[in-house]
Design a protein. Sequence first.
Length: 424
Amino acid sequence: MDNVVPKKTKHVNNAKENDVFVRLIDVNKVYDKNVHAVVDFNMEIKKKEFVVFVGPSGCGKSTTLRMIAGLEDITSGELYIDGVLANNLPSKDRDIAMVFQNYALYPNMTVYDNMAFSLKVRRFPKGEIKERVIEAAQVLELDDYLHRRPKALSGGQRQRVALGRAFVRNAQLFLMDEPLSNLDAKLRVQTRSEIIRLHKELNTTTIYVTHDQTEAMTMADRIVVMKGGYVQQIGTPLEIYRYPANRFVASFIGSPAMNFAKATLNGDILTFENNQTIKLLPKYIKMHKKFYENELVLLKEEMERYDLPEDKETADYHNLLEREQQIKAILKGDAHEVIFGIRPEAIKMVDSKVNDSIEVEVKLSELLGDQYYIHFDFAGRNMLAKVESEDEINTGDKINLLLQLTKVHLFDALTHKTIYVKDV
């Protein structure tokens, strides 16, 4: 199983009170038939911050965005926008602008009228409407299309119109729900850059939802990784890439995905299922010990909640007792199972004379221009390396690879938490 964030765990960024623009406190969404779509979402989002919610379909990211927008009711918890409790505040009074996946343009209106519509509804003066629309059109390079209707535009142009319609609002908060998913790869890259540029120019707070981890990594100030309604981790793109909280985050963030293999750790030696071995660096052994010491403290705190005799007869309590014994055995030095992880880009192709390199047979070679994806067998599993090479690499070739042992990841076999401690 992949570890999920326990209930009541708070994710805050320690921002000063007047820097926080959106605050979610224990926000939950439960649909009919007890479908718990979002579980205890806690976060503070600073003014002018670009935050990306990312995760697979059904993880709760769009539901959370819709609760912030006022398009979904909050089952429990509190939402504050610019210091105001917004749970029951109508969507129109939240000073937000939304951009949807399907553009949501009026087909019978021109580009100009689509972009001006929300301002006309709010009875802005005609001169101000024209000024705002023209300015947005120039920024989005839509000047030549203002008199066209949506059906005469490409997908990328339609999405820019949808962006323009949101930007003319000068709203305090921009909410974007997978706005690029209908565009082809080239347009996604181009429009992504435009959104980042516009965000910096407008100095607004932006919350952006996507299932695409590349969008999350390239756009966000901070990323919220979700799975099954739970927040798995909140951090900067670099933090989440380098220090994933658990195996799920490690597998979801990074392209291509991290390699994993089961192994037994005995002292400082990892032994894989096919009896290949790796000697871990001392820092990993120190982190390993500190991690399980911390886990034991957390476990005892959890066990203290079972204070009634009947509570201690439950299966949950007995599972905690079993876990306690397991951790104590690990701390005594007993061999135990862990999950080994290494990213494809942390595996380098080297000369055969390099110490600790391994010779492998290329099972599949995928050319990416100046790089190759190399599939090979290691630790009894098919693994992937992302290597640079000026020479041609073909299936069946014998090459030498070096696993960078400073970039190894270890995960607890039961909880799938990352065995990592920052202060070690």
